[in-house]
Structures are given as C-alpha cells and as structure tokens.
Design a protein around this ligand. Structure first.
Ligand SMILES: NC(=O)c1ccc[n+]([C@@H]2O[C@H](COP(=O)([O-])OP(=O)(O)OC[C@H]3O[C@@H](n4cnc5c(N)ncnc54)[C@H](O)[C@@H]3O)[C@@H](O)[C@H]2O)c1
Length: 420
C-alpha cells in the first residue's frame, strides 16, 4: 500500500514511517517542522538529538535500504495539500500533523486560536483533497482519548445506544474535552464523521491514549531515534517525571494525583496504526478505535518512575503541587477498547519495562537534559488570565504562534534542512 503520513517528522510520525516501510509499504511524508520550532519557542529541545530530515532520509536508505519520499509544506495551504495528493494518490492517509500540546494551547489567546484554526484547517484540507484527488483513500485520523474527558460511566468506542423519553438511538458518545487542544480534536472528529456521511469518506478516528517510549524494533541506530520531549509544555507527565528524576528534581504529581488516563507504548501504537491501515474502513464508514492498553493514575506513574529510578541509583521524591489544570482529581475511568483486538492487536510492551528503557536512553543523553533543566517544572495555568510570567519570560518578545508558523513551501521533495 502507498501511505501518506502527515507529521512524519514528529514523535509518532517518524517511527510509524519506519514501521510501515519495514512491513513493505510505500511511505510518503509531509511536515513543516513546526514542532521543532514550537519546542524551541518555549526554550526546549528533544532529549534525543534529531537529525535534519534529509539526514533522516539518508539513514533510512543506508540502514533499512528503503526510500522515503518527503514534501516540506504546511497543511494549512490547500494548494500544497491538493498537489501532493494529486501527485501521490495514496491508498491511506495517516493524519498526525497537528499542534498536540494541551499546555501550549492554554498559554494565551494566540496559542488557543492557532491550535484550533491550524488543526481544523489541516483536517478539512485533507478531507477535501482526498475527495477531489483520491476519493477511495482511507483517512486514519489521530484523535485522542482526551476528547471523552472523564465521565462517571464506561466510555464506549465512539458510539453508544441511548434511550431518551422512550425513544432509542445509536449516537456519538458525548465529548468533554479538557483543553483548547482537546476541543480541536473533538471538532476534528465531528468534521471527519460528517465527511464520511456527505462525501463517502472511509475514515478511522483513533482515540489515542498517551504514548510512552522512545524505541521501536525498527529503531536500531541512533540516527533513527524519534524525539523525546520533557519540558512542561511538550513533555507528557511520564516523560517529565523521568526527566525530573534524572535531573535530581522532585517528581511533580499534580494535585491528589488520582487523575487517570489511558496509555499505550510507542511500539504498540505503531502496531495499532498499521492494523488500521491494513484493514481499512469501507467507503462512507466512520469508525472509532479507542487506542490504549491500560489506564494509570498520575500517582501510579510517579511511583513506577521512582521505583525504576532507584534501580539506576537515583532517589527522586514525589511532590504534589496544586494542579494547574482544571480537571477532576478523583474520578471513575473505564474506557472500552475492543475494535483493535478484533483486528489482531496484541500488546507487546509493558509500562515498567519501557520506563526502564527510557531511563537508560535519558541517562545517555543526560547533558541535553541538563542544558534545559529550567524548562521541566510547571508554569502554564489553566485558570489564570494568562500563564505564569516564568513561561512568558522564556518566550521571545514577538513570539506568538502565528510568527512561529513557517511559510508554506512548494510541493517538491525538499533537501532543505529543518532548524536544529
Ligand atoms: N504523543 C501522544 O502521546 C499523543 C496522544 C494522543 C494523540 N496524539 C496525536 O497524535 C498526533 C501526532 O502526535 P505526535 O506526538 O507525533 O506530535 P508531534 O508534534 O511530535 O508531531 C506532529 C508533526 O506534525 C507536524 N505538523 C504540525 N502541524 C503541521 C502542519 N500544519 N503542516 C505540516 N506539518 C505539521 C509537526 O512539525 C510535527 O513534526 C497529533 O495529532 C496528536 O494530537 C498524540
């Protein structure tokens, strides 16, 4: 199959490309390198050094013996998107190219607007370009388990049977997102579902749990590593806990630490996305996969991190600063996840073993963490009129997300280097 991966330079796009290539698929990628720029905007970088994209392509050629076609450009430019799809006519489009940080979307009005405008625009452009150039292509759209929030009921896979005033229907399960970013994903889901209805789009909407890990079986060389974000804006709670342990800082488990979320290892997330690609939805079908393996509370993540840290001679303490987010600190959480199992999905990785692997890698790159140790502790507030001065002090004076968006490039495969 020919698969177009949007966001191929990102944390999950890169290992997905490697995984699909190793399974014999043809892979074409799009990216505008905005995550690299946005992480730099908050004063951070990936703990793992990430080569320029041309060097990534070279590594794939030399190590995997495969070719990777790449287009540098922005999904918010419709002409660019249309040209790439017209030329490549992929069988599947895996759409990962979105602003994916909840704290980033909560910094201020500019970051909230940029997140929603850019995420929704990119998705709508892909929907229309698929309709006009390759209408049978299957869209695999990356959503998030965060769309559902934490209702006091089980969470079905997208739809549920309901009865109201004596009448029954099968309806989308209510969404209760917890950040402007998560709401952008909810609106995306509505748009993809609607496109299936009106354009006959074949679509899989993946409610992705939080991904953990740096390695997959295809990452056999340091030139193939994917990024690992550990700062307060771009790093997940688990990533920050491990970075804090390596840096000798306290582990900051927000509030009571009873907030639960669904998690999945990077390798297993790649397996799930490949299964979705290889078993496409039918034309006009909109299906939803809840993609996670197990739910963990913030306290469980902190305790597992601290336990594994001890194996490496580190002795982090767990602290409970006030929760900067607006979220239930104690709640019921039981999402259902059966659709991927029906396609043959089998969990390969265990959280604790992956945490051990991450410690191993981060201790190797410790100096890169040390160089950015001031970005790990929390400053972005959900409630306040604006985020903490500490973060704004780190943002360049003119920085707002519009300024950090690159101008759109042409649709030729590029040899241009992204910023370091
Ligand atoms: N990482 C997780 O734990 C997680 C969990 C749930 C959902 N997701 C979703 O998965 C997707 C991928 O996440 P990720 O962690 O790989 O993020 P990432 O930021 O590392 O990767 C996204 C890539 O897309 C590119 N991009 C963003 N906007 C673009 C645009 N307008 N045009 C072209 N390229 C653009 C970025 O430069 C980046 O390389 C996102 O949609 C995210 O919301 C991720």
């Amino acid at each position: 199959m020919k698969v177009l991966v949007t966001g191929i330079d990102g944390y999950s796009g890169w290992p997905l490309a490697l995984h699909l290539l190793s399974r014999g698929h043809e892979v074409v990628g799009i990216d505008n390198f905005v995550t690299r720029k946005r992480v730099a905007e908050v004063g951070s970088w990936s703990a793992t050094p990430i080569p320029s994209f041309p060097n990534r392509q070279k590594a794939v050629r030399e190590i995997l013996g495969k070719e990777l076609t790449f287009y540098k450009g922005d999904l918010t430019n419709y002409q660019f998107v249309h040209e790439v799809l017209e030329r490549e006519k992929p069988d599947s489009v895996v759409h990962l190219a979105e602003q994916r940080s909840a704290p980033y979307s909560m910094i201020d009005v500019h970051h909230a607007v940029a997140t929603q405008v850019q995420n929704l625009t990119g998705t709508l452009h892909l929907i229309y370009a698929i309709r006009d150039t390759c209408p049978t292509a299957h869209l695999v759209k990356m959503g998030t388990m965060g769309e559902y929030g934490t209702p006091n009921t089980d969470i079905p896979e997208g739809f549920f049977e309901t009865e109201f005033h004596g009448r029954k229907d099968y309806l989308p399960f209510p969404r209760q997102a917890g950040s402007w970013y998560h709401w952008s994903k909810v609106f995306d889901s509505g748009d993809v579902m609607f496109a299936s209805k009106i354009f006959g789009l074949a679509a899989t909407d993946v409610m992705q749990g939080v991904i953990y890990g740096i390695r997959t079986p295809e990452i056999t060389d340091h030139r193939l590593l994917t990024r690992f974000d550990f700062d307060e804006t771009w790093g997940t709670a688990l990533n920050r806990f491990i970075a804090q342990s390596v840096l000798g800082l306290p582990i900051t488990a927000y509030g009571k630490g009873e907030q639960k979320r669904g998690f999945i290892a990077l390798e297993d997330s790649m397996q799930s996305l490949r299964l979705a690609v290889e078993h496409p939805a039918k034309p006009g079908e909109y299906r939803v996969f809840n993609q996670f393996d197990a739910a963990y509370s913030v306290n469980q993540l902190a305790e597992i991190t601290a336990r594994v840290a001890h194996e490496f001679g580190l002795k982090p303490v767990i602290e409970h600063p006030p929760d900067p987010r607006v979220e239930a600190e104690q709640h019921y959480y039981n999402p259902i996840h059966e659709h991927l199992l029906a396609l043959g999905y089998k969990r390969a990785r265990d959280l604790e073993e992956v945490v051990r692997e991450i410690f191993h890698d981060l201790l190797h790159f410790r100096r890169r963490l040390e160089a950015k140790r001031f970005v790990v502790m929390p400053t972005v507030q959900w409630r306040s009129v604006d985020s903490e001065p500490a973060l704004h002090a780190r943002l360049p004076p003119t920085a707002h997300p519009g300024a950090s968006s690159p101008t759109t490039q042409g649709s030729e495969p590029t040899t241009e280097h992204p910023p370091a």
